[in-house]
Design a protein. Structure first.
Length: 427
């Protein structure tokens, strides 16, 4: 017997979660199915809209002033500027006080672990005290067992890039951590739970010990940046206590994968899904489908080797791009693997890329082509299915890495696709 819902969302990242939440706002039954763990755990946790133009100009001050300049094929042009604003407001309601940036249309410049700055529209409150537009002198603190963050190098890069503040970096031994393969969650756990650690001054709590090794290195700096590992369940409490002990503002610098801010964002979204009554099934791939005329009748989900039919009135495809395996390539073709939706690409695979590693790569724009309802179109520009919409990185026509637009596109298209699917299912 088929499992039946009004809307079925396939994919568990920002686009999928947002689509499911937007559909649930329409008062319909929603289910989200995801094959693998969300890639949010590898993401920065920042919500960008547009950091650079498609021609590489930037960083952009006000992304909303530049959206209409994007090509017609860009997902933002498909949904429209107003929908992007609405999607951000929708996220603001979900995020509550966990994120900042909703007070302005302008991008914030958030320092990263490599010493660059990323233009972003919304950012975790844990990063707020470290914005690159703030002229406060800054001490960056790295740890010997965390080689991904070279604090002195990051500080020198920030100064070389013209940051309006002086920055210094130091590398210290994190109290209680001696292995260089310790997970970020281990650092966070020590601070969250006030575990006791051995120091030269004796047995201390992890927070007290961390503050005690950092404080002697302060030379009048009014803020201190740490890699993003300052707690998880009690992150705000950890930052506040460190700030009080150090007599300086404390902020986190977003890291590469695995990412605690990304994990926190995932937790935030999935708690919202639970609160909204969305049924979530993870670890199950969609392996097939059946049609009824020009619409999808049901999909087949592989659960422990058994194909279980899932039936819905409306479907949203949010499986990611080439990185997330929502778009795949073989020697002769590029394709969307679940519904075999059309993905335009050159016939010659050597035209899928250019030799210049920093050049505009055609493969970066691979994805399905949507209409303004976000329904994937076939090669004749007709909807593949009457009841299928797509959102996020599975869409083509943009280069999210170059534009710094990945989370924003996922949020905006997920919001529109899910909202329209929910409204259609509720009729």
């Amino acid at each position: 017997m088929a499992i039946t819902d009004d809307v079925l969302v396939i994919g568990g990242g920002i686009a999928g979660a947002t689509a499911a939440l937007a559909a649930a706002e329409e008062g319909v039954d929603v289910r989200l199915v995801a094959h693998k763990q969300s890639t949010l755990r590898n993401a920065s946790g920042l919500i960008d809209v547009l950091g650079y133009t498609h021609e590489g100009e930037g960083p952009i001050v006000d992304p909303f002033e530049r959206l209409e300049e994007l090509p017609e094929s860009h997902p933002y042009r498909r949904v429209g500027t107003e929908a992007v604003r609405e999607a951000l407001s929708f996220f603001d309601e979900i995020a509550g006080d966990a994120y900042a940036g909703d007070h302005t249309d302008s991008n914030a410049l958030v320092p990263t672990h490599g010493g660059t700055v990323k233009p972003t529209a919304r950012y975790p409150v844990s990063t707020a005290a470290g914005l690159a537009s703030d002229p406060q002198e800054t001490l960056l603190v790295g740890f010997e067992t965390l080689t991904d963050f070279d604090a002195p190098l990051a500080a020198s890069h920030l100064e070389a890039a013209g940051a309006p503040f002086s920055a210094r970096g130091v590398t210290l031994q994190f109290p209680g951590i001696v292995r260089d393969d310790a997970k970020l969650t281990r650092y966070a756990h020590l601070l969250d739970h006030e575990e006791r650690v051995e120091t030269a001054a004796g047995d201390r709590s992890a927070r007290e010990a961390l503050a005690s090794i950092v404080k002697p290195h302060l030379e009048g700096e009014s803020r201190v940046g740490f890699p993003a590992l300052l707690g998880d369940e009690h992150a705000a409490e950890v930052r506040a206590e460190l700030a009080e002990s150090l007599g300086a503002d404390v902020f986190e610098v977003p890291m590469g994968p695995p990412s605690l801010p990304g994990i926190r964002l995932e937790d935030l979204l999935y708690e919202a899904l639970e609160d909204a009554g969305v049924r979530v099934t993870s670890g199950v791939p969609v392996v097939g489908y059946e049609t009824d005329g020009d619409a999808i009748d049901h999909v087949l989900v592989d659960r422990h080797g058994q194909e279980i039919p899932h039936e819905a009135g409306q479907y949203v495809l949010a499986t990611g791009g080439l990185v997330g395996k929502g778009v795949r390539s073989e020697r002769e073709r590029v394709f969307e693997p679940i519904f075999d939706c059309y993905v335009p690409h050159a016939d010659d695979r050597y035209d899928w890329f250019v030799d210049d590693v920093f050049g505009e790569q055609p493969y970066a724009r691979f994805g399905v082509v949507p209409d303004r309802e976000l329904r994937p179109l076939d090669a004749d520009e007709e909807p593949e299915f009457a009841n299928l919409r797509a959102a996020g990185a599975v869409l083509g026509g943009y280069d999210y890495a170059a534009e710094k637009s990945g989370a924003g596109v996922s949020l905006a298209t997920g919001y529109v696709a899910g909202g329209r699917a929910g409204a259609e299912a509720g009729r």
